[in-house]
Design a protein around this ligand. Structure first.
Ligand SMILES: Cc1cc2nc3c(=O)[nH]c(=O)nc-3n(C[C@H](O)[C@H](O)[C@H](O)COP(=O)(O)O)c2cc1C
Length: 407
């Protein structure tokens, strides 16, 4: 039996030239046994008529939120709650923007806000649109909230240009849907603390020392843990990211504030994941007033507390995960850090590479555990890395239930 057999799906179609491909996708989904309600945006109707979708799905097409003839329109919330998944294919730049901003001005966008099930979006647009900073930011926001936003394919576009912007093939969309549907609730009810982002150490009231961490890896971990049922506390330094709605958000600025928040929340937690890039040093005597002038200035730096080692030393019973951002001798440095801190799992990445690590969408990490195991994960989106790290944590927790005794 296919995993889609009997599944209630909503297929959203928006106003892209690739809208006709949604017809083929609908065929794939219904052939696999899914029951599909199709929701067309007003502009999608300009490209493909509702009759095609109604005939192939065997259901009325959803389109007008205020249609007095349609019970489904009134029931849009119940419909969203009943659905096992929502797929938007093709997803226009407009739809991504509205979904990221939480706008609900038509059937599909209202339904997306009401949905609590996995959401898969397959964008299609001109290559320049896909690379526009607004679209890039909207995609990052949606991914940070746990939405699966697929990468469009590269190739010939309707504009005649060749670029990344083509709707992914139907089988790729179905595969992503199956993955989204098989998310496990293996952290149900368990407390997980995640730290993310950089810290800012003041020099004076307007200047600070910080680092290049974007917070994406930590936010992806928080979203993934929440999807898997965890009660997540996200302690975050300043970032431009939207915290996952399901997490308790604790914003901090300095390493000392982060330390205090982590120690407060770590007690009673099953897992503590320290993905933040905490500043190693702070200015010993930060000025109370803005430093004036252009003379030579020497900052007197003093080391910040080692939060990771401190949490580990408290032996609260939590499974403790640290991150190592290395620029050289990654494996040796990471193994040394794992042992020095007394933690359970260390996620090491090479931040000398521009394509992964700090401020990048993707990451390629090495996982080292306290029992001598090591596993290299292939390069993938940080959202996928997050789930792979959680898989490893869960496997290690299951394999070493009396873990504290080996300390
Ligand atoms: C011929 C044509 C093709 C279009 N193709 C796309 C596309 O592939 N991707 C996209 O984001 N917008 C495309 N647009 C622009 C959208 O239709 C427009 O932004 C619209 O407001 C989207 O509305 P919707 O997201 O509610 O469907 C196209 C417009 C036209 C006229």
């Amino acid at each position: 039996m296919s995993t889609l057999d009997g599944r209630e799906l909503i297929l959203g179609v928006t106003g892209s030239i690739a809208a006709y491909k949604a017809v083929y996708l609908l065929r794939e989904l219904t052939r696999a046994g899914a029951r599909v309600s199709v929701c067309l945006s007003e502009h999608a109707r300009e490209f493909v008529g509702p009759l095609t979708f109604r005939t192939l799905s065997g259901r009325p097409v959803l389109s007008d939120l205020f249609d007095p003839q349609s019970d489904a329109a009134v029931e849009h919330v119940a419909l969203a709650e009943r659905a096992h998944a929502v797929i938007v294919a093709p997803a226009t730049a407009n739809l991504l923007g509205k979904a990221a901003a939480g706008i609900a001005d038509d059937f599909l966008t209202t339904l997306l806000l009401a949905a609590r099930c996995p959401v898969v979006m397959a964008p299609a647009m001109d290559g320049g649109m896909w690379e526009h900073p607004a679209v890039v930011a909207n995609v990052a926001t949606l991914r940070g909230r746990g939405v699966t936003v697929l990468e469009p394919d590269a190739g010939a576009l309707a504009s005649g240009l060749s670029a990344r912007g083509r709707l992914p093939e139907a089988d790729v969309i179905v595969e992503a849907l199956l993955t989204a549907l098989t998310v496990r609730r293996d952290l149900d009810g368990q407390r997980v603390v995640v730290t993310a982002g950089p810290t800012r150490e003041p020099i004076d009231p307007v200047r600070y020392i910080s680092n290049r961490s974007s917070g994406r890896m930590g936010y992806a971990l928080a979203a993934a843990a929440a999807r898997r049922g965890a009660l997540v506390t996200l302690v975050s330094g300043p970032t431009t990211l939207m915290p996952p709605t399901a997490a308790t958000f604790v914003p901090v600025q300095t390493a000392e504030q982060m330390r205090e928040a982590v120690l407060r929340h770590a007690a009673g937690s099953a897992v503590v994941i320290k993905a933040a890039a905490v500043a190693d040093y702070r200015v010993r005597n930060a000025a109370d007033q803005k430093i004036k002038g252009k003379r030579d200035l020497t900052l007197d730096l003093t080391p910040n507390a080692d939060i990771l080692a401190e949490v580990a030393a408290r032996d609260t019973g939590a499974f403790i995960v640290g991150f190592a951002a290395e620029t050289n001798d990654v494996v040796a440095n990471a193994r040394a850090k794992l042992e020095a801190k007394g933690i359970d799992l260390l996620v090491a990445n090479d931040v000398s590479r521009r394509d992964i690590g700090f401020d990048a969408e993707e990451n390629e990490v090495l996982l080292l555990d306290r029992w001598g195991g090591s596993r290299a994960l292939p390069r993938m989106a940080k959202t996928a890395v997050a789930d792979a790290i959680l898989d490893e944590i869960q496997a290690l927790r299951a394999a070493h239930p009396v873990r504290k005794a080996v300390r």
